[in-house]
Design a protein around this ligand. Structure first.
Ligand code: GLA
Length: 391
């Protein structure tokens, strides 16, 4: 079969940098979250889809313990031995690969070195999970090279990659991004229970499409403010536990319970908890709305999610608000919200099928005018999760 243009570029990259041929291509997608934001680390529910943009690792096993990779877009090499737990201080990207290797080894998997090319077209630093895609593509390469592709279930693999990001890279993310990159399904969103790691495929209805708007605004606050939000949720749980000893996370608290014990919380922590608790409900209601083709209701819930993230959770930004506003200004848009951690990055709109291109034009023009920044707009159908193709 003739490779597509992108795969051909990666194959050419391999030929230019290695002797002989690669044996496998690992592919792992980025994601966009439809609804359920900042709920994953509260043991809650999320509803992401995998994108048709991905990170690829074209590789072949080595018969030693070395991993040697060349990243096309960064024009940079990474070279490390399995078991090496020293972070790469000069470049960030190899740490995602190295961290995943360490986690897999810690699970008792006997790894083998491999070498090849890394290449991605998930916009970086934009809240579409390019990091998780790199981790999962690397995990698939590690497992394939070691002849252990079935050693872990999808949820176990996602958990290992999340742990690598938490502990080796040092980003305290939840499980959502790695999970959807691993287990996403063509034409479906996944309803994920981030406590049990159980999940259900939700068919993405034919009458609607997704339009993603990249604000191109910087996300400098993202790391510290993300950790601060997590700490505020933990504080909320600690205080609510005094009167609700059975709870383990905000997932276990109802809206009525939160209101009844509001006085135990600072105003800020109360609002953070209110976002998480109401967002968990919105995820469930959105699934029901999509299953009944009630697109107006799904759109309304996305709008409500944005308002809650902006006002209660305070993770929006001027650029994200303008992006959402530009999206909603088109009559084909049913609802829109920031997606991912927030503070910049992307918003996602649910639009009527057929209106995608019009919405894109409207947004390009009105967002650029409002922010003096040229956005990028992606139209993506829900796509498949990670896979490995033998060559
Ligand atoms: C980032 C994290 C996810 C999740 C979202 C917010 O994308 O990586 O785990 O917490 O933010 O929903």
């Amino acid at each position: 079969m003739q490779p597509d243009k992108r795969t051909q570029t990666i194959l050419d990259g391999f030929d230019a940098n290695f002797e002989g041929k690669a044996t496998h291509l690992a592919i792992a997608p980025g994601r966009v979250n439809l609804i359920g934001e900042h709920t994953d680390y509260n043991d809650g529910f999320v509803l992401p889809v995998a994108l048709d943009r991905d990170v690829r690792v074209l590789f072949r096993p080595r018969d030693d313990n070395q991993v040697r990779l060349y990243a096309l877009e960064f024009d940079s090499w990474a070279d490390f031995s399995l078991g090496n737990s020293e972070r790469n201080k000069k470049q960030l990207w190899p740490n995602y690969v190295q961290g995943v290797g360490l986690e897999l080894a810690a699970l008792g998997i006997q790894l083998q070195g491999f070498e090849g090319i890394v290449s991605g077209n998930v916009p970086r630093g934009s809240g579409l999970s390019s990091s998780a895609a790199l981790e999962i593509a690397a995990a698939k390469a590690f497992l394939t090279a070691a002849n252990q592709i079935h050693a872990l279930t999808g949820p176990q693999l996602a958990r290992a990659a999340q742990k690598a990001e938490n502990e080796f890279v040092g980003v305290n993310c939840g499980i959502m991004d790695q999970f959807i990159s691993t287990l996403g399904e063509d034409g479906h969103a996944l309803l994920i229970d981030c406590r049990t790691l159980g999940y259900r495929r939700v068919p993405f209805p034919e009458g609607v499409s997704l339009v993603i708007g990249n604000t191109k605004a910087s996300r400098s606050l993202a790391g510290s403010a993300y950790n601060e939000r997590r700490a505020q949720c933990e504080d909320g749980v600690r205080r609510l536990k005094e009167v609700l000893p059975g709870i383990g996370a905000l997932r276990d608290v109802s809206r009525a319970e939160l209101e009844a014990h509001r006085s135990l919380l600072s105003h800020t922590v109360y609002r953070r908890c209110r976002h998480v608790i109401s967002e968990n409900d919105r995820v469930q209601t959105t699934v029901a709305a999509l299953e009944q083709d009630d697109f107006e209701e799904a759109g309304r819930l996305m709008d409500a999610s944005h308002a809650s993230l902006r006002d209660d959770y305070e993770v929006s930004s001027e650029a994200l608000d303008k992006m959402v506003e530009s999206m909603r200004s088109h009559p084909g848009c049913l609802g829109a919200r920031l997606t991912g951690a927030g503070f910049g990055g992307c918003a996602v709109a649910l639009v009527r099928a057929g209106a995608e291109k019009d919405v894109r034009e409207t947004v390009q023009e009105s967002y650029a005018r409002a922010m003096n920044l040229w956005p990028e707009i992606y139209i993506s159908a829900p796509s498949s999760g990670a896979r490995v193709l033998p060559l």
